[in-house]
Design a protein around this ligand. Structure first.
Ligand SMILES: [Fe+2]
Ligand SMILES: [Fe+2]
Length: 411
């Protein structure tokens, strides 16, 4: 909650009624008051309109409240959803079902790639805790793009538009005038993510095709070369976006991190390819597991259901002839730990495959980055500290290699 005094006469302010706000929800706009002379900031954008905030305002006996004119779009959208928002805050089940419904119909994109200068005309959806739904504009101007960023939400395209999004990524990569290497890196990562999404869909339907596997190999290879050419720079791959809730984002990040580990430990190209595909598929057993179940769930039955994803993963991959054996082993054993404290078999040291140990390191790091699905991020140094603290569960030399390169990456 900030109390910075503002003297900005160039901006226009619009009066609002605080009584209309939803208690307990985040506000996607800054709120001001006016003391007869100047506008003062009362509540920051993104802060929660809590009971505490209400009391603080009452205590000051304030009566006039405003938002900046530039926030009108956010305010309108917020008001449009206010009734739904109240319902969600009162009924967590309603909220969860909305969240899952959104995930099933939309594909999260890296919104930074939408700012390529090439018009983007696909319908977009937004996912901002706790609001979901279609955003009513397309990105065909700089202003529209800025509005999009200002919405402070995850941006998604509809499931049926993923192919068109892929073509858009190709357009950026092929465009002659676009030199921005970071944008191109983002596009490469997005393409890998799309193939991961397709592969996991096929796995869910028990029909992994040779074609999709082949494409994934091809894109893993491209990414491998980018890593080999400029390791420090390609490290930025890891810091674009994170989510444990969207399996294709999680799996893509674990794949990228595993490839970097492979590169840092001088692995051969053919081995790297196999490692990449194994990392991509490590959590394939989670495609059918309900999200209420999680490793840290308070409910023991849910924890056990979550753990079963390693068995489900192996069962899903076993009949797939084109999937390498190494990937089937990783799907089954990536939660085994050096000291035998992992699951499902409690294997120790030498009985765990090298790929499973690499994926375990990458997976532990990646899963620690997001502490909840409201996008709370942990610092890299904090995660490294936690992993060093648990050194008995990883092979010491491998942990050293892993932390060594993660710490060196430029963000
Ligand atoms: Fe897992
Ligand atoms: Fe995982």
């Amino acid at each position: 909650m900030s109390r910075i005094y503002k003297y900005d006469d160039s901006e226009r302010y619009i009066p609002i009624d605080l009584g209309e706000l939803v208690t307990g929800a985040q506000i996607p706009f800054e709120i001001f008051t006016h003391d007869g002379t100047i506008y003062k900031s009362l509540l920051d954008k993104g802060s929660t309109y809590s009971y505490y905030a209400q009391r603080m305002i009452e205590d000051q006996a304030l009566s006039k409240f405003y938002i900046r004119q530039g926030s009108a779009l956010n305010f309108d959208e917020y008001m449009h959803n206010a009734a739904k928002l109240k319902k969600m805050l009162l009924e967590p089940d309603f909220f969860n079902s909305r969240y899952k419904a959104f995930r099933d119909k939309w594909f999260i994109v890296d919104k930074q790639v939408l700012d390529s200068g090439i018009p983007f005309t696909l319908p977009l959806g937004g996912l901002r805790f706790p609001l979901f739904g279609e955003i009513p504009f397309s990105v065909d101007s700089n202003d529209a793009y800025r509005n999009l960023l200002d919405l402070n939400s995850d941006i998604a395209v509809r499931e049926q538009d993923v192919d068109s999004y892929y073509l858009y990524l190709d357009k950026i990569l092929d465009a002659e005038g676009i030199e921005d290497p970071l944008l191109k890196l983002r596009c490469r990562r997005e393409k890998l993510k799309v193939w991961c999404y397709r592969l996991l869909e096929e796995a869910r339907n028990n029909s992994i095709t040779q074609d999709t596997l082949f494409k994934l190999y091809k894109h893993i290879n491209i990414v491998m070369n980018l890593i080999a050419n400029d390791f420090g720079y390609a490290g930025k791959f890891l810091f674009f976006d994170v989510s444990d809730f969207f399996l294709y984002i999680h799996s893509t990040n674990v794949c990228l991190m595993s490839l970097m580990y492979g590169h840092a430990s001088n692995m051969e190209e053919a081995e790297l390819l196999n490692l990449g595909i194994s990392a991509m598929l490590h959590d394939v057993g989670r495609v059918d597991i309900d999200d209420d179940a999680g490793e840290n769930s308070y409910n023991e039955m849910e924890r056990e259901i979550f753990k079963s994803h390693v068995i489900k993963g192996k069962e899903l991959l076993d009949p797939q002839r084109d999937v390498p054996k190494a990937a089937k082993i990783v799907a089954l054993t990536h939660h085994e730990r050096e000291d035998g404290s992992g699951y499902m078999a409690g294997l120790t040291g030498d009985r765990i495959s090298k790929f499973s140990k690499i994926v375990a390191l990458a997976d532990t790091f990646e899963s620690s980055r997001v502490t909840d699905f409201k996008h709370t991020f942990k610092k890299r140094t904090q995660i490294i500290g936690e992993m060093v603290h648990q050194e008995h569960i990883f092979e010491p030399d491998m942990l050293k290699t892993f932390i060594g390169f993660i710490a060196k990456l430029t963000i």
